[in-house]
Design a protein around this ligand. Sequence first.
Ligand code: PLP
Length: 409
Amino acid sequence: MSNPLAISGGKPVRNTETDPWISWPQTTSEEWESKIEPLLKQVYLSGNEGSGGTMIKRLGEQYAQYSGTNYALFMPHGTDSISAALAGALDLDGFSDGGEVIVPNYTFVATASAVLERRCTVVFVDISPETFTIDPEAVEAAIGPETRAILPVHLGGHPADMGALQEIARRHQLAIIEDCAQAHAAEYQTKKVGALSDVGAFSFQASKNLTSGEGGMVTTNDKDIHDRVCAFMNVGRAPGGARWEYPRLGWNYRPSEYLAAILLVRLELLETQTDLRNRNATYLSNALDAIDGITPPKLAPWVTKHGYHLYCLKYNPEGFGGKSRQAFVDALSAEGIPCSIGYRSPLSEEPGMAYVAEKYPHLIRSLPSPNAASVCEQSVWLFQNLLLGSESDMDQIIEAIAKIHQAWG
Ligand SMILES: Cc1ncc(COP(=O)(O)O)c(C=O)c1O
């Protein structure tokens, strides 16, 4: 007789009270004393806590070098990085109709709300059911006379099909803005995300694989886009321009030196952490592949490095005696493995978006998204901090899923 499931009163595979998962961000007194504190002290004593200091500049230079782009501009959030990227790529002031931007219908709300915030129309299209990223064929079918840009999201850290998107963009003279909020360090063939299009937008919000609590970054190779983003985020000033001169229209999206200092320390760890997440994810996938009813994440052939912000597997009740996905998530959580169903519906169906579509029909065009709908019904997400554990931590994830499978299958 197998061990009863924790959800039915049995002993969990992992007792998270006595044996918690690695928390995120990973913080240690040693790192504070040796690395973070001296840099924060340097900012504090410099008297330059805003954009006049050296940390933001250094972070921009290092992030550009890391990403393989000419420029990287530190921002307060990922959402405003997308807004700034759109403003820069499409030369938008936000007052007139900005045209249509094609967005995947499986993403975080900010991908679309940033488009709306720039007064562009969101065109929701379907995703590939394998990679959870925007489907190039759906993009091509959605293009109309008002279309100006494609906004792929490297969902969960899996790079979108950028080769196909670049080819479509070239033919239709469209800009591409990459939403890299969940994909730090991910690589498409030989390049990092954020360097694969006109402009990339990253987030450093608390859950992200590189974080300062809040923060964002815009990356680009294009000097004109760089200059427009600088103006957008710095009240219309030209880069390096005079303080009281405003050649363009802009807002204040300037970040803090303190956050840049923290990111400078954490950026050094990103590559090693990403490699560990990749090793653990491969180990997990190899084992989970053998469990009927579980489909581990599939990597497209162009992925040379997954960002693994999320480990997105698919659950099929047929392998688990017909038990629902919610029952599985509840049972797995009870076994001490934190997990989530992820986005509950295609973004176009979220009440906030449905409200906009009804009140301002010209601002949202939703195309059929059956793949996004079925991914919303099947996906189970494990979060990136779990992938920073040891091989025996991975064994516990496998053991817990196998235990549920045995009990129900
Ligand atoms: C895909 C995606 N885009 C954009 C954002 C927005 O970033 P932020 O929360 O830093 O504004 C996030 C995360 O929060 C995200 O997951």
